[in-house]
Write a protein that binds this ligand. Sequence first.
Ligand SMILES: Cc1cc2nc3c(=O)[nH]c(=O)nc-3n(C[C@H](O)[C@H](O)[C@H](O)COP(=O)(O)O)c2cc1C
Length: 389
Amino acid sequence: MPGLQERLLNACSIEDLRGLARRRLPRGVFDFFDGGADDENTLRANREGFDRLRLRPRVLVDVHQPELSTAIAGSASAAPLVIAPTGAIGAGWPGADVAIARVAARLGIPYTLSTMATSSIEEVAAEGGRLWFQLYVLRDQVFTQRLMQRAHQAGYDALVITLDLATGGKRERDLRNRFTVPLRPNPRMVADFASRPAWCLQMLRHGQPRFKNMAGFDGDADPCASIAAKVGQALDASFDWDALSRMRDRWPGRFMVKGVSRGDDAARLAAMGVNAIWVSNHGGRQLDGAVAAVDALPEVVAAVQGRAAVLLDSGVRRGTDIVKAVALGAQAVAIGRATLYGAAAGGEAGAQRALQILTEELRRAMQLCGTPRIADIDASLLQPREAHP
Ligand SMILES: Cc1cc2nc3c(=O)[nH]c(=O)nc-3n(C[C@H](O)[C@H](O)[C@H](O)COP(=O)(O)O)c2cc1C
């Protein structure tokens, strides 16, 4: 059987890395990463949205040296890519947050740390790089404020408030698998774990993944609650426009919002002066039936009118997806599961492979589209929707 490095190198696509992750992880863990809410309609729609779009390549353009670098929300980045926040990922590979952050820093793209990360704000800051902190607004305001202070003190240059999680989505794979972090083996999980001895040994050696930023938090008291339930219980479901505005005043750096799908919300957020509006449906993990992120993007871009950067995530698996999102007006895309599959398959080397696949595909797509710079990617690259069969 080929070694880890060879298996990673043999992975040609993000889907191949997903396959490696599936073979390495117990089903409960894989399903937690891979799954969506309810019937997973939005999870599928995110991919279908990209697949439906067709490109109109330009020819006879000098593309011998494509240049991926660009600006994201006013700062330079090596590519129009951001790492999206993902919680509980230490259940896939110990230290996965730090591993992905390290790869992002090396490549020169921003990394977003989740409130529900399994590495702490300070541990990830020690890796350097350009860091953003994703905040879930918790009912415990003192704790929420303390998280913001810690992120600021540790040098995170942007705060990303997630808005699409007023309560946890109903992720039925997790409910059926009775998946929890900390991992609480039930009879079903024990059989599942036993089928993945390499993963088990690694977890035994490194200990249980924990929500390190949540140490000392009240909601930590019930370790048996499912992840969705646990996050849901702790969130401030009364968080509204006024509360967001107060939060904006309390954060000295760049202020971003994640989980927007509508033009009217985006226009109001832009008028408030947020620095970036992140179009996302949480990778199909929250409201099932929600519009695909890439389908919501044009409405948001039109409403924002250049007053804020527009980012997009949910469903990005290919370099051509990145070109399509930029053509529709996104400054950058954020990557959730793609790097996560890589990290779950092979830690830092796997995350590195995921970003290598995506950047190589992007470079190739830019050459084949006749757009050697990110700024060359515009709406004319896309076939108008009404022209599709
Ligand atoms: C396992 C997992 C955990 C996630 N945790 C968070 C989180 O803690 N905070 C957050 O804002 N989004 C979270 N997300 C959503 C991602 O930030 C992102 O919106 C989504 O993964 C993008 O879709 P994609 O996975 O298709 O790229 C999570 C997603 C996954 C797959």
